[in-house]
Design a protein around this ligand. Structure first.
Ligand code: ADP
Ligand code: MG
Length: 228
């Protein structure tokens, strides 16, 4: 089962985002305000609990602002010839640290034939981190995250694949994945995949999703090397 989103959809998504951003940031701010008031009135015992909620909500607001800015700054993408494997290697200590905390494993499968591509390394890192974190968040402690590269010579493309053995998703959720603010997580921003899609499109690429409920999810990003 696959789904793809084109340019037209993405542009209208950015428009929708501008409308929702105010609302999305007001929510955590209202919670912070309410709890700060409670902290003033209530017993010292409850302070720890309120403090944690306040911090979480501030982090959430911060996350929304950061992701939104990355998404909004999509006009100029400076690219240079980079090795996808270099980007993956740079990121892998961070990914391993995350995985270790969760008791999960990571497998890297690198196709040595993959050529350098014209990329914005910072954006690709951000995209990969988002996809990997989503994968980890979808898995229990026995989960395995696979990051793979694959040269598709006959298609003139390189594929970057991020696969998890997590909960998967229903077809109706899969349709909405890339919508800004679509999240099924209590502390999610729902901006991660919107940002990934925007990054992929700025690189002239495509992103596809295959998912089976209870089995796992695979994201396939295809970069044409004609772009290089
Ligand atoms: P967030 O992670 O903040 O919720 P994202 O845009 O990164 O926002 O993801 C949106 C939603 O897509 C998630 O809340 C989740 O429901 C679903 N999702 C994303 N990646 C996966 C995955 N690997 N497995 C299952 N569901 C996923
Ligand atoms: Mg996410």
């Amino acid at each position: 089962l696959r789904s793809e989103l084109g340019n037209v959809e993405r542009l209208s998504l950015v428009g929708q985002m501008a409308a929702s951003i105010t609302h999305e940031i007001r929510n955590p701010m209202a919670v912070v305000r309410g709890f700060l008031q409670l902290m003033k009135e209530k017993s010292p015992d409850s302070l720890d609990h309120y403090y944690r909620i306040v911090m979480e909500e501030l982090d959430r607001a911060n996350g929304i602002i950061n992701d939104f800015l990355s998404l909004a700054q999509n006009r100029i993408t400076e690219k240079e010839q980079c090795h996808l494997h270099q980007i993956i290697n740079d990121l892998s200590p961070l990914l391993w640290a995350d995985a270790n905390l969760r008791g999960q494993t990571i497998e890297l499968v690198m196709d040595e034939r993959v050529p350098k591509l014209n990329l914005n390394a910072k954006e690709i890192k951000q995209m990969l981190l988002n996809l990997a974190r989503n994968g980890m968040e979808a898995m229990n402690e026995k989960g395995k995250l696979t990051i793979q590269t694959r040269l598709k010579e006959n298609q003139g493309a390189v594929e970057l694949i991020v696969r998890d053995t997590g909960i998967g998703m229903s077809p109706s959720f899969r349709e909405r994945l890339f919508e800004p603010f679509f999240t099924t997580k209590a502390k999610g921003t729902g901006l991660g995949l919107a940002l990934c899609l925007s990054i992929v499109e700025r690189h002239g690429g495509k992103i596809e999703v295959e998912s089976e409920e209870g089995q796992g999810t695979t994201f396939i990003i295809r970069f044409p090397f004609a772009e290089s």
